[in-house]
Design a protein around this ligand. Structure first.
Ligand code: BGC
Length: 754
């Protein structure tokens, strides 16, 4: 760039800053405190008056990281174009740029080279941690521990913000009833109530009390909407759902995230009832922005704007840009459609400039809220980066979350917990020694081989003799099953005569995640064969499952005495699993998703509805029961439920009633139980599920100890989306169920008068 041009640009930037100072002089230099909304609005409005149409559209353009930002200007055509756009103020955000050096270099271009010096949003998928990896979200959800989940998101924000990131594309709040869909690992499972509470916890964890705090980042509720209801569980597939499912199942966690203050939403790849979500004006404008009053912005999913051409919803990229913008998508992730076509569409009169202003305003507002105008390099402190990421303390925090995420599915002969000495243990399964797979999918910034393996964990906590055999190889391409017979023979030989066999089987971390749908839910490869062969010579088996989705494990459930669901638990996997197997930690996790017996049962979920023929609603070749119900999870101790009471037999919309019951620890270990409350609305203007989760509480009890648990029910608790297309409660009889899973132990009923 010529010196003259640099001088002009510098002069303009200074002029801009002076103008902003005049608008709200007292707020400059103030940090930490939240800038009042009115002041931010004034600043955004005054900034908008300085911007050209192209610059406003630039704010709506997001690019993927494209070159080593600290190196020379890129030569390849695509990267060179992106670089030029950055320099000329035509980029509002980057994703997948991370680490202080990279972020600072790229931010410097935006701040120092462009005419107005507007800083960038730096986005990243913090699905379950930055470098110190916590359990996959589905696993964390099995803890039902909202405080722990919030802390886990806060830890991810702490590390990522120290690496220059100021915005995450999380939480994914898609409710899913189909374990074939690989992205169930990213969500909170099948239940809208649990999913809503977890959505709130994650948003609060990422965003903290104030976005101006350097440890917090903006969150993003995704994928709006219906993405997880892809037909046949195939990622990206068509979604066709009715009003009741949309409002009563899919929307609640999005509404909860919005109410928790989430700053951004991401739309979705899928079409919803004929209209791609990205071009869906009902979803983004009518519902989200108008009815729900969402003031943040909507980012498209990766290329989802131009993919509307493939959907058959736009004839070319230009029309796709038009439809996405009119529908309320504010930022274009990587498809270049806004950058290439919006200005022309405005000039042709097809888009009113006020719509561009609205989108740019929403985006700029977040930049002000984050404090980026006060200090664009606030997330770029090398010393903080070194001090904060990957510390011992962070590892302890993810270990705590990992232990809480484990679900004890079966413990027949009280085979668990294992003694810490005197045992001769055969440890079998290639996953047992794996140090990468337990990290799970979506952990871009984690180092390979950085997880504690099950083998390392088991060895660390015990004096037992452990002998290892990998058994069969696990290929990511399931068609390429290992054919080596020797692996199974070796494992069988080793298992013979051992006191205990710990078999670590399941899915590789990359078997689940985006674009990882499966048509079967068996153990991939020849793991089932290995399991059955070992069982023939030694039945004292503890099966430890590492997986990212519910699996159909009928044979194992029938034969294997102890089964532990250990998911993909992240960096501290092996330590968490060992602590549970040896009884240093008493498992308390409960399934956030039903485990089917067979793929043919899918979709399978606990909050289904009765038909007119409940008695004959069945398969000829499979039972209706799942393998494990929603909410199931055992402990090393036992809990009894009794004394279910209501404070009154009826109440009305002005009042409430209290449900109470007593939980007792009747076993020999101190333990924690997730007490669950379900309701059923017997008759309503639209049919209601046979059971709906309405409350839960984590109760810790010493052996012999009991505690009274209370829940308050009011008319809000009873609300659903009615035939009058309204969120409301309706008068009638309601059943109340309580227990330690969705297969509840006690039941009563009350009358609700409107
Ligand atoms: C995913 C999003 C993700 C985005 C950016 C897309 O493929 O669907 O969930 O945030 O990529 O990485």
């Amino acid at each position: 760039m010529s010196q003259t041009r640099k001088n002009i640009l510098f002069g303009l930037s200074v002029a801009f800053l002076i103008l902003l100072l005049l608008v709200a002089p007292e707020s400059y230099g103030q940090k930490k405190e939240n800038t009042p909304v009115s002041k931010i609005t004034a600043k955004v409005d005054s900034l908008l008056t300085l911007m050209t149409l192209e610059e406003k559209i630039g704010q709506m353009n997001q690019y993927n990281g494209f070159w080593n930002a600290t190196g020379p200007v890129p030569k390849n055509k695509n990267s060179a174009e992106k670089y030029r756009d950055l320099e000329t103020g035509l980029v509002g955000s980057m994703l997948n740029v991370r680490g202080v050096a990279q972020v600072k270099a790229i931010q410097k271009i935006a701040v120092e080279k462009t005419r107005l010096g507007i800083p960038l949003l730096i986005g990243f998928d913090l699905i379950h941690g930055y470098k110190t990896i916590s359990p996959i979200p589905l696993a964390e959800s099995a803890s039902w521990d909202l405080e722990a989940i919030e802390k886990s998101a806060a830890l991810a924000a702490l590390e990522a913000s120290a690496a220059g990131i100021n915005w995450t594309f999380a939480p994914m709040v898609d409710i899913s009833r189909d374990p074939r869909w690989g992205r169930v690992m990213e969500g909170a499972g099948e239940d809208p109530y649990l999913g809503s509470r977890i959505a709130e916890a994650r948003v609060i964890g990422f965003q903290g009390e104030s976005l101006s705090d350097v440890h917090t980042i903006a969150a993003c509720a995704k994928h709006f909407a219906g993405y997880s209801f892809a037909e046949a569980g195939k990622d990206y597939n068509t979604v066709d759902v009715g009003t009741s499912t949309l409002y009563n199942t899919i929307f609640p966690p999005f509404i909860a995230a919005k109410n928790a203050g989430v700053k951004t939403f991401m739309n979705a790849f899928n079409e919803l009832n004929g209209i791609p979500s990205t071009g869906n004006s009902f979803l983004q404008r009518t519902l989200l922005k108008d009815r729900w009053g969402f003031e943040g912005f909507v980012v498209s999913d990766w290329l989802s704007i131009t993919e509307m051409v493939s959907h058959g919803y736009a004839k070319n990229d230009k029309e796709a840009a038009l439809k996405a913008l009119l529908a309320g998508s504010d930022m274009d992730m990587e498809s270049h459609a806004y950058r290439n076509h919006l200005a022309a569409l405005v000039k042709e009169g097809k888009i009113e400039e006020r719509l561009i202003d609205d989108a740019a305003r929403r985006i700029l507002r977040l930049k002000f809220e984050l404090g980026l105008f006060e200090d664009p390099y606030k997330y770029c402190d090398v010393e903080r980066e070194k001090a904060v990421i990957g510390t011992q303390q962070n590892n302890e925090r993810v270990l705590d979350m990992a232990k809480k995420s484990i679900v004890l599915l079966k413990n027949k002969k009280k085979i668990l917990p294992l003694d810490k000495e005197g045992l001769n243990i055969a440890l079998i399964g290639v996953l047992a020694a794996d140090k990468t797979s337990p990290l799970g999918n979506w952990c871009i910034a984690a180092e390979e081989q950085s997880a504690v393996s099950v083998m390392e964990g088991l060895e660390k906590y015990t004096k037992n003799k452990i002998t290892y055999s990998p058994g069969v190889a696990l290929d990511l391409d399931e068609n390429k099953a290992d054919t080596d017979r020797l692996g199974i023979q070796n494992a069988v030989q080793m298992a013979k005569g051992k006191d205990i066999v710990v078999l670590v089987l399941g899915e590789h971390g990359l078997h689940s995640g985006e674009d990882k749908s499966r048509a079967t839910l068996d153990l991939p490869g020849r793991q089932q064969e290995l399991l059955e062969a070992v069982y023939k010579v030694n039945q004292n088996i503890v099966l430890v499952l590492l997986n990212g989705r519910p699996l159909a494990l009928n044979w194992a459930e029938k034969k294997i005495p102890a089964i532990v669901e250990a998911w993909h638990l992240g960096t501290q996997s092996g330590n968490a699993i060992a602590q549970v197997l040896y009884g240093d930690y008493n498992p308390s996790g409960k399934l956030p998703m039903t485990f089917p017996k067979s793929v043919g049962q899918i979709p399978i979920y606990y909050n289904y509805k009765n038909t007119g023929r409940a008695w004959s609603q069945k398969y000829t070749d499979e039972s209706n029961d799942p393998l494990y119900v929603f909410g199931h999870g055992l402990s090393y101790t036992n809990f009894s439920y009794s004394a279910l009471e209501l404070t009154a037999p009826e109440f009305d919309s002005k009042g409430s009633i209290e449900v109470s019951f007593v939980i007792k620890n009747t076993g020999n270990y101190t333990g924690k139980e997730v007490a669950q409350l379900y309701l059923r609305d017997l008759v309503a203007s639209v049919t209601r599920p046979v059971k709906e989760l309405k409350g839960f509480e984590l109760v810790s009890l010493q052996p012999g100890e009991s505690k009274k648990v209370r829940f308050v029910i009011d008319s809000k608790t009873l609300e659903f989306y009615s035939a009058r297309e309204n969120w409301e409660s309706e008068a009638g009889t309601f059943k109340v169920f309580v227990g330690g899973s969705s297969k509840t132990q006690l039941e009563t009923e009350f009358l609700f008068n409107k």
